[in-house]
Ligand binder design. Structure first.
Ligand SMILES: Cc1ncc(C[n+]2csc(CCOP(=O)(O)OP(=O)(O)O)c2C)c(N)n1
Ligand SMILES: [Mg+2]
Length: 346
């Protein structure tokens, strides 16, 4: 990678860090409702991965998705607006934090059901194989999802059909407050052995290590060598979500992982060491990122909420016939036939 691209990786990681810290602040100010799962500490995983993929590869992830959306090219404005539930958000304010989707980047979300997206990801890979598009699917998941039935269904299918997919465990070592030593019967990587799948363990606090591992896995997939499994060992600095006071984890353990911070490490061990940047350059990047996120917050705050008469757009189940509802549209539907349609979906 040349200097420009290396600096871009650094800037993306800083953007995610600053974005998440400001999102936490906005949550505390009640600008963001619902759940909010932050990505601090894991930045190198999304940034390194996306840098190794082609723009038209498919990316599917779990609900800890802000960093992935940003790394994949969604604007800070659109992601923040989605967290605020505004019409200008990535999914028009309908999904919120856990359901970021950006079709132009082939970023398919953002799934709240643990492991629910794994068979869908395998389906995307099966489509790419069938249609011979040359696309690779990158499916990231938490360590907790490797205990779920859908994990085994997707792994089995991918190996059986030799699908062009990368199963990436973002092994932040905890499922909520439960360490993998007490939630997983075997080490992560052994789960790949059960399906005789190519596997690597990767340092998830090192953006270049992640990038190189994803490059290898993507190349295997593109050459028709089938699925890969990456156990990417990382750590999240904050609790499971903003609702989690994070009392289960040892504070000394958190401090130890922060010593391996992916952003500081990349700055000192690569950018500064190779004289690619000066400390002033890094400071300028920090300032420009802070401005970008401040602008995103202002944009989100000024953006309109989705219009009331679009409330029932994009829903699958339609009423059996058009209904005139007396009174306000905001009356919640009790049964399917009560859903008002404004005549749009008759
Ligand atoms: C099927 C299902 N079971 C339980 C939950 C509740 N739940 C939400 S997140 C979570 C922990 C998942 O941990 P992990 O897969 O390691 O992801 P991380 O939060 O670390 O990214 C659980 C149990 C859920 N969303 N879906
Ligand atoms: Mg986890």
């Amino acid at each position: 990678m040349d200097k420009e691209n290396l600096v871009a990786l650094y800037r993306q990681m800083v953007l995610i860090r600053v974005f998440e810290d400001r999102a936490a602040e906005m949550y505390a100010k009640a600008k963001i409702a619902g759940f909010l799962h932050l990505y601090n500490g894991q930045e190198a995983v999304a940034v390194g991965s996306v840098s190794a993929l082609h723009p038209d590869d498919d990316v599917v992830v779990n609900y800890r998705d802000h960093g992935w959306a940003l790394a994949r090219g969604s604007s800070a404005r659109a992601v923040m607006a989605e967290l605020f539930g505004r019409a200008t958000g990535t999914t028009g304010g309908r999904g919120g934090s856990m359901h970021l989707v950006d079709v132009k980047n082939r970023f398919w979300g953002g799934y709240a059901i643990v492991g629910g997206h794994l068979p869908l990801a395998a389906g995307l890979a099966a489509a790419a194989q069938y249609l011979k598009t040359g696309r690779v699917t990158l499916c990231s998941m938490g360590d907790g999802s490797t205990n779920i039935g859908t994990f085994h269904a997707a792994m089995n299918w991918a190996k059986l059909w030799n699908l062009p997919i990368i199963f990436m465990v973002e092994n932040n070592q905890y499922a909520m407050g439960t360490h993998y030593d007490v939630h997983s019967a075997v080490p992560m990587i052994q789960k790949a052995a059960g399906y005789d799948m190519y596997a690597e363990q990767v340092d998830g606090m090192d953006v270049m290590a992640v990038r190189e591992a994803v490059c290898r896995a993507a190349e295997r997939a593109r050459k028709g060598e089938g699925p890969s499994f990456l156990d990417v060992v990382t750590y999240r600095y904050r609790g499971h979500s903003m609702a989690d006071p994070d009392v289960q984890r040892d504070k000394a353990e958190i401090a130890r992982w922060k010593e391996r911070d992916p952003i500081t490490r990349f700055a000192t061990e690569v950018l500064l060491k190779r004289n690619l940047v000066t400390p002033k350059d890094l400071n300028d990047i920090q300032k420009s990122v802070e401005q970008e996120v401040e602008d995103a917050i202002e944009f989100a705050d000024k953006s309109p909420e989705p219009a009331l008469d679009t409330l029932y757009d994009y829903i699958y189940q339609q009423p059996v016939r058009n209904m005139q509802i007396a009174g306000s549209l905001i009356r919640p539907p009790t049964i399917a036939k009560d859903i008002p349609t404004n005549g749009k979906h008759a």
